[in-house]
Design a protein. Structure first.
Length: 135
């Protein structure tokens, strides 16, 4: 059986995860990737989505990330995220309100909004809500 690897997920404000895990699955810019012990090193940008991992005891865990970068080494994965929340910490009502605000902006006067930002906000809200629904 493979050894565990170290997973670090940090944001500019805090360390969200710092623990030994069995496997890490993350939303890379070119598609989802997985890392086990002994993986070939690489660096990639991340998309909005869920970083899933099995902790040292085999329990499935998840952290929502809104972009950033991941570095995989043979014995560790370090994720530098713009923002990150453990699945259990996601505020469903806040995510629903954010989704409604973004939808309202996109359905309103297109000349008065930053469409790219509104679409990004909508995508974040949708991913956060889907993270909670897939518990």
């Amino acid at each position: 059986m493979a050894d565990n690897i170290r997973l670090e997920i940090v944001t500019p404000e805090k360390r969200v995860v710092s623990e030994d895990v069995q496997i890490v699955m993350a939303p890379g810019s070119e598609g989802e990737f997985g890392v086990l012990d002994g993986h070939t090193p690489f660096l990639t940008a991340l998309k909005v989505g869920m970083v899933r991992f099995k902790d040292a005891d085999g329990k499935e865990c998840g952290v929502f990330v809104s972009g950033g970068f991941a570095e995989a080494l043979a014995d560790r994965v370090t994720i530098l995220a713009e923002s990150a929340e453990r699945r259990r910490d996601i505020d469903v009502e806040r995510a629903k309100a954010a989704m409604e605000r973004a939808e309202k902006r996109l359905n309103g006067d297109r000349n008065e909004i930053d469409e790219v930002r509104a679409k990004a906000a909508l995508a974040r809200a949708i991913h956060r809500l889907s993270a909670v629904e897939t518990r």
